[in-house]
Design a protein around this ligand. Structure first.
Ligand SMILES: [Zn+2]
Length: 348
């Protein structure tokens, strides 16, 4: 039971049930389960309303990797409370199936949004097709509101570079069988999924071919503007992202991107290309994209246990970015877009 449970008013619960009833894609058919979904949505709504009532901007953190036994859930919850993060989308990794995320939601109903497994551990890289089959089975239970992050091209993370671990240099063909199954699963269930796809010229056409083929798939391309090897990327930028947004109505991007001064050590590049490295401010051309298409971007921390101590700082980066936008765009990106993707209805 959380302090926010008291904010789950009867009105919020009824609105939650109405939201679930209107979902065109709801994979849940039984009333009992639908009612559970409605209660989950009502709990999240109550917590968002309680943060708004304090005059603060709630954030729904859409990208976080929950590792059972490693994630200090109580600490994460307390950091969320400190930083007015309303909800965190927990996709579990290093687990046999997606159920730890449901358990984390049951224990912290107002804070945690359950998502299917995160494709960020060897079971995904080594056997991606059975991994997606497993996700499809999990989703039939009806308890999930999003799918986790799937790595199609992934360079070692900064903390892995520090530890000298270069084995997490991952390639899974996005046009392979697992890619097709994942995009199709999103079309069938209506649930959004996240991809990690490093920004390289040669990877853009395959991604676009999948977006063209599966126009109903709800794809969140994580880490907007994170370019770790600039010599491999000459196409991607504000104009290219605008073009994608105009072509693909279900494509979103999250802002779990490195801050201005960050350097990706293996290449020596400033990989947070949203910012001007000198001023640390959002570049004007990127701000224009975020303002013009504010319905397509999402706030995110990229939480994982190895960098748990950085959570408050990561949310601080998100807030500093949002503060450079208009209030309307800031609210959309902070929580309203995520609300729409998670619940299938517009906020309010
Ligand atoms: Zn990622």
């Amino acid at each position: 039971m959380t302090p926010d449970t008291k904010f789950v008013t009867r009105r919020a619960l009824l609105r939650g049930i109405a939201a679930v009833a209107s979902l065109p894609f709801c994979p849940v058919r039984g009333f009992a389960q639908s009612n559970t979904r409605a209660q989950s949505i009502a709990g999240w709504q109550g917590r968002i309303e309680s943060i708004l009532a304090r005059g603060r901007l709630p954030i729904i953190d859409v990208q976080a990797t929950y590792v059972p036994g490693q994630t200090n859930v109580a600490k994460v919850i307390s950091m969320m409370d400190e930083t007015d993060v309303a909800q965190i989308v927990f996709a579990s990794a290093m687990a046999a199936d997606s159920s730890p995320s449901i358990e984390a939601h049951r224990a912290n109903p107002a804070h945690v949004i359950p998502a299917s497994n995160s494709g960020e551990f060897p079971r995904w890289w080594t056997r991606p097709e059975p991994f997606v089959d497993g996700v499809a089975r999990d989703l039939k239970g009806g308890g999930y509101f999003m799918m986790g992050e799937h790595e199609f091209r992934h360079y070692p993370s900064p903390e892995q570079v520090e530890a000298g671990q270069f084995q997490r240099d991952i390639t899974v063909d996005i046009t392979g069988a697992a890619g097709h199954a994942l995009f199709k699963l999103s079309e069938e269930t209506g649930l959004a999924f996240q991809i990690h796809n490093e920004i390289e010229d040669r990877l853009l056409a395959p991604l676009e071919s999948m977006l063209t083929r599966y126009r109903g798939a709800k794809v969140i391309w994580c880490h907007l503007g994170m370019i770790r090897y600039p010599n491999r990327s000459t196409i991607y930028g504000p104009a290219y992202v605008t073009g994608l947004i105009e072509k693909f109505p279900n494509l979103h991007f999250d802002l779990a991107s490195p801050p201005a001064q960050n350097i990706y050590k293996p290449s020596g590049a400033h990989d947070g290309t949203l910012y001007d490295p000198a001023s640390g401010k959002l570049r004007d051309d990127w701000r224009n994209v975020l303002e013009s298409h504010s319905g397509r971007f999402l706030a995110a921390s990229d939480y994982r246990p190895q960098v748990e101590q950085n959570y408050t700082r990561a949310i601080g980066f998100q807030r500093r970015l949002l503060e450079q936008l208009s209030r309307t765009s800031g609210e959309a990106i902070a929580f309203k877009n995520a609300w729409r993707l998670v619940t299938g209805t517009n906020w309010g």
